[in-house]
Design a protein around this ligand. Sequence first.
Ligand SMILES: C[S@@+](CC[C@H](N)C(=O)[O-])C[C@H]1O[C@@H](n2cnc3c(N)ncnc32)[C@H](O)[C@@H]1O
Length: 265
Amino acid sequence: MPQHSPPKFTDGGGYEKMMGRWSQVAGQLFLDFLAPARGLHWLDVGCGNGAFTELLFSQAGAAKVTGIDPSDGLIETARVRLQAHDTDLIVGDAQSLPFADQQFDAAVMALVINFLPDPPKAVSEMVRVVRPGGTLSSYIWDIEGGGFTMEPIRVALSGLGIEAPVTGPDKARRDYMEQVWESFGLEEISSTRMDVPLIYADFEDFWSSSTGIPNSVANVVKSLSESDQSRLKEGLRETLATGPDGTVSYTAAINATQGRVPNSP
Ligand SMILES: C[S@@+](CC[C@H](N)C(=O)[O-])C[C@H]1O[C@@H](n2cnc3c(N)ncnc32)[C@H](O)[C@@H]1O
């Protein structure tokens, strides 16, 4: 079995098929939960190819979004995708934000916290750059609770006696995020778990998008022999729910947390 290491996403188009579209489905539910004011200047930490960033404009009525991500390939895709909007999109690290204190109304991490070596460091940086009274929020697949988008493949692999680890499951827990938010004195902390329906055009859409670009589960699938890969694939074809129109669907889930930066330190 290959060594597990956090995936480094570089292909904006492949990322969109595998994850970006589901980030938008989850992101809509997450923004309903946040119910933010319109006209804010947001910091989108780990903005990737701009999938969630786009929703900050279309659903949350953002005035401006500053996005930061270590992948120059994804930032480039985000620049093209968001060219009609007021953005600053830069390459950088959540744990060392190159911004002045208190310059944003809100900071958010969408599907990022489990990839960070040191989430408390990133949260302390987000607290520093958000103005008093501003918000700090995060959502992430509920990996331990079976809510990851690739859970059906993980379950099928497990049936063959093969484990497919996902990066940082403990950092995706609601109680973990709440505890980190509390440790930095954030107020009005609330969190929730939400079901996220995933609907693929057909089985091939499910299979090719899930395994088409390197990610923690696809890397395990690709390490199998061709015959084991086909056995896995055909088993999933039989077990996943398929609609009369050929669509394949199942339910993922996110954990979401938000809090407010105190008005007086
Ligand atoms: C699953 S993607 C989420 C992207 C985007 N927020 C979305 O919702 O589609 C995870 C992102 O976290 C980024 N990331 C990984 N390590 C990071 C770090 N240290 N600081 C900021 N972002 C990071 C990755 O480059 C990737 O774009």
